[in-house]
Design a protein around this ligand. Structure first.
Ligand code: GLN
Length: 490
């Protein structure tokens, strides 16, 4: 049962083959059995899950059901959940219990979802490996063939991705500021979409870099992501950057096919240092789309090469400003001090981990009076050029196809000594955040060591439907049925 897709288990619930309570219990048992190994959840909420499941069963008994009635989900611990501790994987928030529900999670509850608990992540969503969590690293449920050493699930939504891949949830919420939905999806062999900036409300999501942050789903199939995004998305007056647009039927778009679509292959995403397996998979993806009737065209995104450097100015700048609110007075952790300044300093020194402190220092530096023009202002100008590249490319094509990440999952502890090597994980995902466009990662194959690799589909702003159509076409052709070694029922 736990191995079904979200769409399939939804049918099982609606036809009463399983009750929401039975399903929630089976799912919670699996979490209890595997979470000690994976550390995918920071907080498990059995009572809340039971309550949501009981309400779902009552609704199903009345013949009333929403799009997600009875579906067990994991919630990234960056979404505020009313009455449930929300930590952002930081010591500074380890006792924070929000008095309100984020809009995205409220939308999921409105549609009948069952919340299993809060998923682990990199501290304040800063990272690509889940190694920066104050609650310890997450293990990827996948391991290399013949090698049991733990690998990272990617980050920052590593707990969400590991939970979904290990069959500990049918889907999860996640956020993507520079790749944190798509890169963990790729590392864990599942699907994930960062929608267009403004598609999902940011209200009640702990802020990292407000002009880049977007919520989106992780799930085991493209259609499951489409179903989840349909519930998560929508206009919200409480977020001034939320788009006042109707939410299309994303799930229906998955069946559209790609006949007649023009798919661009950006030449700047090809580098000599790219692993031959990733290059080969990319070519295979191009072939699959061509076979299904798409036209493939070569496109250029000349400013892509500046995207990562620009991101690591803009994101820390906004982070340093957003994180100023954690002062020991208003939220969570507080250290004693002789006076107010010392209280601030000690609270922040104790509360923030090394990566978060690094970002705050970079951010305050690039925003400081002497360097603002040289770094921050310059980065904003380059950001406009990155967007212009995409706008130009989308005059000639309907979607773009690229690899999701430059490598498969790596070992826990690897790349930790050199932040720049770690930041390179985001080289293919960051441009979409800089431009605000939607991006989907689809599992497309395994590397020689038996680890999953994803392909990324990028689309026009607010055209997630085409992105889903292309992603589903790749999924059908790839026929990815591999499963990780650590999973419920294995
Ligand atoms: N890895 C990127 C970073 O550390 C992206 C994180 C994210 O998307 N939240 O900033």
């Amino acid at each position: 049962m736990l191995d079904l897709s979200l769409a399939q288990v939804r049918t099982a619930l609606r036809t009463r083959k399983v009750s929401a309570r039975e399903l929630a219990r089976a799912q919670l048992d699996a979490v209890a059995a595997l979470n000690p190994r994976l550390n995918a959840f920071i907080t498990v909420t059995p009572d809340l899950a039971e309550r949501h499941a009981a309400a779902a069963d009552a609704a199903l008994a009345r013949g009333e059901h929403g799009p997600l009635t009875g579906i067990p989900l994991a919630i990234k611990d960056l979404f505020c959940t009313e009455g449930v501790r929300t930590t952002a994987a930081s010591r500074i928030l380890d006792t924070f219990v929000p008095p309100y529900e984020s809009t995205v999670t409220a939308n999921l509850l409105r549609d009948g979802a069952v919340f299993l608990g809060k998923a682990n992540l990199d501290e304040f969503a800063m990272g690509s490996s889940n190694m920066t969590s104050a609650f310890g690293p997450v293990a990827n449920p996948w391991t290399r063939t013949g090698d049991n050493r733990p690998l990272v699930p990617g980050g920052s939504s590593g707990g969400s991705a590991a939970a979904v891949a290990a069959r500990l949830a049918f889907g999860a919420t996640a956020t993507d500021t520079g790749g944190s939905i798509r890169q963990p999806a790729s590392f864990c062999g599942i699907a994930g979409i960062k929608p267009t900036y403004g598609r999902c409300s940011r209200w009640g999501v702990v802020a990292f870099a407000s002009s880049l942050d977007q919520a989106g789903p992780l799930a085991r199939s493209v259609e499951d992501c489409a179903i989840l995004l349909g519930s998560m998305a929508g206009f919200d007056a409480k977020d001034s950057t939320s788009a006042d647009l109707a939410v299309p039927d994303f799930a229906a778009a998955c069946a559209r096919g790609v006949k007649g679509l023009r798919i661009g292959v950006p030449r700047e995403y090809r580098s000599d240092s790219m692993a031959p397996e990733i290059e080969a998979l990319w070519q295979q993806g191009v072939g699959w789309l061509r076979q299904q009737g798409a036209e493939i065209i070569d496109v250029s995104l000349p400013h892509t090469k500046y995207a990562l450097a620009t991101y690591y100015i803009v994101a820390p700048a906004e982070a340093s400003s957003n994180l100023a609110r954690y002062d020991g007075v208003r939220f969570g952790h507080r250290a004693a001090g002789e006076d107010l300044i010392e209280l601030y300093e000690r609270t922040r020194a104790e509360g923030f981990g090394a990566e978060v402190r690094r970002r705050i220092m970079i951010g305050t530096y690039v925003l400081s009076a002497g360097y603002y023009d040289a770094y921050y202002l310059r980065a904003q100008k380059v950001r406009a050029l990155i967007l212009r590249d995409f706008t130009e490319a989308f005059r000639h094509c309907d979607a773009l196809l690229t690899p999701t990440a430059p490598s498969a999952a790596f070992g826990q502890g690897e790349k930790m000594d050199d932040p720049v090597t770690m930041y390179l994980n985001d080289v293919f995902t960051v441009p979409a955040n800089m431009a605000g466009i939607p991006g989907l990662s689809v599992p497309a194959g395994l590397d020689a060591q038996g680890l999953p690799l994803g392909l990324q589909v990028l689309g026009r702003p607010f055209d997630e439907e085409t992105v889903f159509a292309v992603g589903a076409a790749i999924e059908r052709a790839a026929g990815f049925t591999h499963r990780p070694s650590i999973r419920a029922g294995a």
